[in-house]
Design a protein around this ligand. Structure first.
Ligand SMILES: [Zn+2]
Length: 423
C-alpha cells in the first residue's frame, strides 16, 4: 500500500481541485479522501506530497524511441526512463523505426520490449502505409489487434489525397485515429527552417508556413468526405490552427497537438545551431503567439513532445546536414509551466493538455478515481532547477534547452501504483 498525503489533486476530468490523500493498493487507487481520513494500514508506505500537485498520469502522444533499429540514438529502455523523469506515465511511439512498425510482428516486438525494459507504458502507433512509403495501405487491423492506438506515416505526410482517403475510410471502420504529419513535400523540399526574414538573413533554405497548412486543408476536406477521426501532429502554423478551429466548429472529428518547442521558441532563435533544427521548423512570432492562444482556448487538444533523439555523431554537424528533431521529455513540463507562470494558460488547463486531452484523441480516459489504475504524475510549480542535458536519461544530447532554468517540474512518476521516478 502507498499513501500519498496532503497533495493538491488537480483532475480536469472530474474537475477536482482540492487537498486530498490518495491511497494506492497494488495497481489501483483504492481511496481518495480528505487529509488523514483514508483507511490506510499502518504499514503503508508514505509519500508526502504537501506543496505538490497530484495529476492524472501524463501521456506523451508523440515520441520516437528509435528501437528497433537506431539504438545508438535511443532505446525503449533509455527513452522510457527519460519519459519517467519528465513526468510521463505513458508514451505513444511513432512507427518510423527500422524496420517500420507497419505489421503486427513489429508491434508485438515493441510491446514485448516495453514490458521487459520499459519504465512507462508504451502505446505504439502503426504506419498508415507499408514502410510509410505512401504507396500501399499497411496491415492496420492486424496491428490494432496487436496493440496500436493510432496510425501515422510520421516523418512523412500520408503521401497522396487518394491514400489518405483510403486510410481514413479504413480507420473509421476500426475506430482508430489517423495522425497526420502535415507537410506538402513539394513546398518543403530541401528546406531546413521556416521561410522568412530570418532564413533570408542566415542564407538557409526555408519552407513556408503553407507547407503545413496546405496539407491540413487537404486532410480536413477528406475528414468531411470520410467521417474519420484526424489528429494533426506538431501543429506549428497559425493557418493550420485556423483550419482546425474551423473544422471543430463544423463538428468534424479533428484534433491537434503542439510541442513545447513550438510554443516556446521562434525562428529568430535558430542561428546555425543544429539543436534548433526540427520539422516542422520553429515558426514566426505571430504563429507562436497563435499557438499559445490555441492552447488556452481549447483549439489545441494536447501538448506532445515529438521527442526525437539523434546521437551526437549524426546531430553535431553543420545545420544543413543535421537531421531534424530534438529531445523533449525532460523539459516539457517545465516549459509548459512557463506559460502558467506568465498567466497565459491556467494550471488546470495545462494538466488537461497532458492528460485528458491526449486521452480523448486516443479514445481513452484519464481520471483520478477510486477503483481506477494508479497512474499519477506528481509535480511542483515552485521548485527551481536547471536542465543539464549531460544528466539526461536519454542516450542523445540534442536539446536546445540545455542550461535553461526552470521553476517547477516533475517530482514523482507513478505507473500502476509503482513509484518509477522520484526527484
Ligand atoms: Zn512528424
Amino acid at each position: 500500500m502507498l499513501l500519498i498525503k496532503n497533495g493538491r489533486v488537480l483532475d480536469p476530468a472530474s474537475k477536482l481541485d482540492a487537498t486530498r490523500d490518495i491511497l494506492v493498493d497494488g495497481e489501483i487507487i483504492s481511496e481518495i479522501a480528505d487529509p488523514g481520513k483514508t483507511k490506510a494500514a499502518r504499514e503503508a508506505e508514505i509519500f508526502d506530497a504537501a506543496g505538490l500537485i497530484i495529476a492524472p498520469g501524463f501521456i506523451d502522444m508523440h515520441v520516437h524511441l528509435r528501437e528497433p533499429g537506431q539504438e545508438s540514438s535511443e532505446s525503449i529502455e533509455t527513452g522510457t526512463r527519460a519519459a519517467a523523469r519528465g513526468g510521463f506515465t505513458a508514451v505513444c511511439c511513432m512507427p518510423n523505426t527500422k524496420p517500420v512498425n507497419d505489421n503486427a510482428s513489429v508491434t508485438r516486438f515493441i510491446m514485448d520490449r516495453a514490458k521487459s525494459a520499459g519504465s512507462v507504458r508504451v502505446w505504439p502507433i502503426g504506419a498508415a502505409s507499408i514502410g510509410s512509403k505512401g504507396e500501399n495501405i499497411a496491415e492496420i487491423a492486424a496491428m490494432q489487434r496487436a496493440g496500436i492506438v493510432a496510425v501515422s506515416d510520421d516523418g512523412n505526410p500520408i503521401a497522396t489525397a487518394k491514400l489518405a482517403r483510403q486510410v481514413m475510410d479504413y480507420c473509421r471502420s476500426l475506430d482508430l485515429t489517423v495522425i497526420e504529419h502535415a507537410e506538402d513535400v513539394s513546398l518543403a523540399q530541401g528546406a531546413v527552417m521556416r521561410e522568412g526574414v530570418t532564413s533570408t538573413r542566415l542564407g538557409l533554405r526555408g519552407m513556408p508556413a503553407a507547407a503545413e497548412s496546405v496539407c491540413v486543408a487537404r486532410d480536413v476536406q477528406l475528414v468531411e468526405l470520410t467521417g474519420a477521426r484526424l489528429h494533426i501532429a506538431h501543429l506549428s502554423a497559425r493557418g493550420s490552427l485556423e483550419l482546425v478551429r474551423w473544422a471543430k466548429q463544423r463538428g468534424l472529428k479533428v484534433s491537434c497537438e503542439v510541442t513545447p518547442h513550438h510554443f516556446t521558441l521562434i525562428d529568430e532563435d535558430v542561428e546555425y545551431d543544429s539543436r534548433f533544427k526540427m520539422n516542422p521548423p520553429l515558426a514566426g512570432r505571430e504563429d507562436r503567439d497563435a499557438l499559445i492562444a490555441g492552447l488556452a482556448d481549447g483549439t489545441v487538444d494536447a501538448i506532445a513532445t515529438d521527442h526525437a533523439p539523434h546521437e551526437p555523431a549524426l546531430k553535431d554537424v553543420e545545420f544543413d546536414r543535421a537531421p531534424f528533431g530534438i529531445l523533449g521529455f525532460e523539459t516539457a513540463l517545465g516549459l509548459a509551466l512557463e506559460l502558467v507562470h506568465s498567466g497565459r494558460i491556467a494550471l488546470m488547463r495545462m494538466v488537461e493538455l497532458f492528460t485528458m486531452g491526449p486521452a480523448r484523441v486516443l479514445r481513452m480516459e484519464r481520471k483520478i478515481v477510486a477503483g481506477g489504475i494508479a497512474d499519477l504524475t506528481i509535480f511542483s510549480t515552485e521548485n527551481e532547477w536547471t536542465y543539464n542535458v549531460k544528466d539526461s536519461a536519454s542516450k542523445s544530447r540534442n536539446s536546445p534547452f540545455d542550461g535553461r532554468k526552470f521553476k517547477g517540474g516533475p517530482a514523482a512518476t507513478i505507473v500502476g501504483g509503482r513509484v518509477i521516478y522520484k526527484r
